[in-house]
Ligand binder design. Structure first.
Ligand SMILES: Nc1ncnc2c1ncn2[C@@H]1O[C@H](COP(=O)(O)OP(=O)(O)OP(=O)(O)O)[C@@H](O)[C@H]1O
Ligand SMILES: [Mg+2]
Length: 322
């Protein structure tokens, strides 16, 4: 940032603000003074609903959007004053697919490497194409690639200069399940080898699976930022909805150990904590009732529950934010 630059953080912003002008001339405050710190080496999930400001944040880091005020530094380099060093430290996969349709996948990577001044001997074109599962398409024009392949080519492009920090804005949108797993395992490997990874996602499952830290932004403000386990622990509760094939007059004795709720004559809700209880124990108690069961469904916490929990239950207490 300046003489007091913090080189221990991969990304650090202070009071980062962005005001867009709408077509009608109104001000849209997309970021309202964001203070975020992404520690080096972390796998950081940035979550938030549509319009929360995630892409604005990323595009400021990428130099694609000008900040209105505040500071943003990448590996200690201010994104404006030390633009060159900042840019070399970061690889960005934007949310929008922007590819030159007349380049092949290989050419796209070579051109990108040239742009970053990576010498021919240092280039890792084939290795990167292989890692993202595009080696077979190396000589195919970008215009002939499927949507999921194009997104993977965008990921490949962000890696050509071996950046210390890789930021991916919804990398798995439109990518099928198998390739999503492949991409996840590659990102994990990159992270293990020391690269800081930041990704935005709408899938809580994705953040849960990959990230060690999670930040949640809403309406341009940080509402939570903590280690994953601390943030998601309150959401450990699970619900089983059990439909019996006969009316119940009361909750069966064998279920007295559980937090139950008879919602309708045949519909019982059983709540338990995933981290403490094995679901098999719940099933055993259900079997002991001796009643026939028509259906069982489960409800997992999802991103919406996280928001509800953070915004309503904790009120204005911002989780993990000093
Ligand atoms: N170029 C722009 N001009 C005007 N307003 C913009 C522009 N880009 C974004 N916005 C507005 O800024 C706010 C934040 O948008 P942003 O794209 O950063 O959200 P996001 O969290 O990435 O959402 P999503 O999950 O849908 O990708 C929104 O209200 C959006 O309409
Ligand atoms: Mg976005």
């Amino acid at each position: 940032m300046n003489s007091s630059a913090d080189f221990s953080a991969a990304i650090k912003t202070h009071g980062l603000r962005k005001v867009y002008k709408s077509q009608g001339g109104a001000n849209i405050e997309a970021l309202k003074g964001l203070d975020i710190e992404v520690p080096r080496g972390s796998f950081f999930g940035l979550l938030g609903p549509n319009g929360a400001g995630k892409s604005t944040f990323i595009n400021i880091l990428a130099g694609l959007v000008n900040r209105t005020s505040g500071q943003a530094a990448i590996c200690g380099y201010d994104s404006i004053r030390h633009m060159r060093s900042a840019r070399l430290s970061i690889g960005i996969v934007p949310q929008e697919l922007v590819l030159d349709p007349f380049f092949t996948a290989r050419e796209a990577l070579e051109v990108q490497a040239g742009y970053y001044g990576v010498g021919r001997k240092q280039r890792r074109t084939e290795e990167i194409l292989d890692a993202v599962g595009l080696l077979d398409q190396a000589d195919a024009y970008a215009r002939s690639l499927s949507g999921g392949m194009r997104r993977r080519l965008m990921v490949a492009k962000s890696l050509v200069h071996s950046p210390e920090v890789v930021v991916l804005d919804e990398p798995t949108a439109g990518v099928d399940v198998e390739l999503r797993q492949q991409l996840w395992s590659y990102l994990r490997e990159l992270n293990k080898s020391g690269t800081t990874i930041v990704l935005t996602t709408h899938y809580l499952e994705e953040a849960e699976e990959l990230c060690d830290r999670i930040a949640i932004i809403n309406h341009g403000e940080l509402i939570a930022c903590d280690k994953k386990h601390a943030l998601l622990a309150p959401l450990d509760n699970k619900e089983l909805k059990v439909i019996f094939d006969q009316d119940l007059l009361s909750i069966p004795d064998s279920l007295s150990a559980w937090d139950c709720d008879l919602r309708a004559p045949r519909e019982l809700i059983v709540r338990y904590q995933r981290g403490k209880t094995n679901v098999v124990k719940v099933f055993e108690s259900l079997k002991e009732t001796g009643l026939s069961i028509n259906d069982i469904t489960t409800k997992e916490s999802d991103l919406e529950d996280v928001f509800l929990h953070l915004t309503s239950v904790r009120g204005n207490n911002k989780v993990g934010i000093k």
